[in-house]
Design a protein around this ligand. Structure first.
Ligand code: ZN
Length: 58
């Protein structure tokens, strides 16, 4: 079994066991998976796409 470690894009927080976390393709370039933890969603923490510099959560 392959063990994958999932880190938040914005804070590098380990969200592997965070059931409220989400991941989605960058809405601007679609090249990068953006990962957000449940607490970041609740607090509207901004992320920056490492590929194109797009900032969300919008
Ligand atoms: Zn992007």
């Amino acid at each position: 079994m392959k063990e994958t470690l999932t880190l938040s894009t914005a804070t590098s927080e380990n969200i592997t066991n965070d059931l409220g976390a989400v991941s989605f393709k960058c809405p601007s370039c679609g090249k990068v998976d953006i990962v957000r933890s449940s607490s970041e969603r609740k607090n509207a923490v901004r992320y920056i796409c490492p590929a194109c510099g797009f900032t969300g959560p919008n």
